[in-house]
Design a protein around this ligand. Structure first.
Ligand code: GTP
Ligand code: MG
Length: 278
C-alpha cells in the first residue's frame, strides 16, 4: 500500500487482489482510483491504476465480442425491440403478459422463465417488440448460461430494468455496466403510466397520414424524433418528394389546424399529415 493511502483504498486493493473475474477486477480498480490519495506524490499510482482499468476494459470488450458469437439474437420486428431485464420474481413475465399478446408462465417460484419470451405491444397502432430475458443473478452474464443473452441485451433499443428492491436494481445495473452494455434503460416502477414512460424513453414519434377530405389513416407510422415531412414523404413513396407541393399538418405544435408546411417542417408526436403532390 502506498504511503498515506487510506483505509478505503486498502479495502479496494485487497478486493482487487481477490477478484476472480475481469468484472470484479474492474470494479475494484475503480474503487481504488476513487479512494487513492490525490496529492502530487501519488500521481504514478493513479496513472498505473488508470492503465490497469483501460487494459481490463479491453479484455472485457474482447471477451464479450467472442461471446457475442455464440449468443443468439432475436430478429427485430416492429418499431423497436425492448428487453425486460431483471432479477427473478420481479414481475417481468407478469408485465410482459399485461402489455403484450404473450402468455409467459408466471409463478411463485424463482427462475420460471428459462428462455426469452417474446411479445408484441400495440401502442396506439405502433407495434413494439418486447422480450423477457431470463433472470439475472450476480455474475450471471459472466456465466455460461447468462452469457448467451448478452448479445440479445446489447442489440435492444431500450431495456426495462426489474428488481424486487433497490439493491436488486443496483445489482442488475452493475452487471450490465461491467459487461459494457450501453443500451438506454428505464427502471420499472409499477406505475400506471409505465407504457407511456417506455414510449417517451424510446425517442420515437407516431405520425399519421391522411387523404384530403378523409380521416387520418390507421395505423400511424413510427419515426425517430427530429424527422421532417421529407422523411415521411420518402417513406410513403419515393416520387412523393419530387412531386411534392406542400403538406398540411394537424397537431399540437401548428399555429392552426391544417397549416401548410414545406418539406423541412419537423414533425411532432401525433401529427397528422396530408401531402399534396403535383
Ligand atoms: N407484489 C407484487 N407481486 C407481483 C407483481 N408482479 C408480479 N408479482 C408476483 O410475483 C411473482 C413472480 O412474478 P413473475 O412475473 O413470474 O416474475 P419474473 O420476474 O418473470 O420471474 P422469473 O421469470 O421466475 O425469473 C408472481 O407470483 C406474481 O404474481 C407486482 O407488481 N407486485
Ligand atoms: Mg418470468
Amino acid at each position: 500500500m502506498p504511503i498515506n493511502a487510506g483505509y478505503e483504498y486498502g479495502i479496494a486493493e485487497s478486493k482487487y487482489n481477490k477478484a476472480k473475474t475481469p468484472q470484479e477486477k474492474l470494479k475494484a480498480l475503480e474503487e481504488m482510483l476513487r479512494t487513492a490519495p490525490s496529492h502530487k506524490g501519488s500521481e504514478r499510482l493513479r496513472s498505473s491504476i488508470k492503465q490497469k482499468i483501460s487494459k481490463i476494459k479491453e479484455q472485457i470488450e474482447s471477451q464479450s465480442k467472442k461471446r457475442g458469437g455464440h449468443s443468439f439474437t432475436i430478429k427485430k420486428e416492429g418499431a423497436a425491440q425492448i428487453d425486460l431485464v431483471g432479477t427473478t420474481m420481479s414481475g417481468k413475465s407478469t408485465f410482459l403478459n399485461k402489455i403484450t399478446n404473450a402468455n409467459a408462465k408466471t409463478s411463485n417460484f424463482p427462475f420460471t422463465t428459462k428462455k426469452p419470451e417474446i411479445g408484441t405491444m400495440d401502442y396506439h397502432g405502433i407495434k413494439i417488440q418486447i422480450i423477457e430475458v431470463p433472470a439475472i443473478t450476480k455474475d450471471f452474464i459472466m456465466q455460461e448460461k447468462g452469457g448467451i443473452y448478452l448479445g440479445l441485451i446489447k442489440q435492444a433499443d431500450l431495456l426495462v430494468i426489474f428488481g424486487k428492491d433497490k439493491e436488486e436494481i443496483k445489482l442488475v445495473l452493475e452487471e450490465l455496466k461491467y459487461n459494457n452494455v450501453k443500451v438506454p434503460y428505464i427502471v420499472y416502477d409499477n406505475a400506471n403510466d409505465m407504457v407511456e414512460k417506455i414510449w417517451n424513453k424510446l425517442g420515437l414519434i407516431k405520425v399519421s397520414t391522411k387523404q384530403p377530405g378523409k380521416k387520418a389513416d390507421y395505423p400511424p407510422i413510427a419515426f425517430k424524433k427530429g424527422v421532417s415531412v421529407r422523411d415521411l414523404a420518402e417513406r410513403i413513396h419515393k416520387d412523393f418528394v419530387k412531386k411534392f407541393r406542400f403538406a398540411r399538418i394537424w397537431g399540437k405544435k401548428v399555429k392552426f389546424p391544417g397549416q401548410s408546411v414545406g418539406l423541412n417542417y419537423e414533425l411532432n408526436d401525433n401529427d397528422i399529415v396530408e401531402v399534396h403532390a403535383k
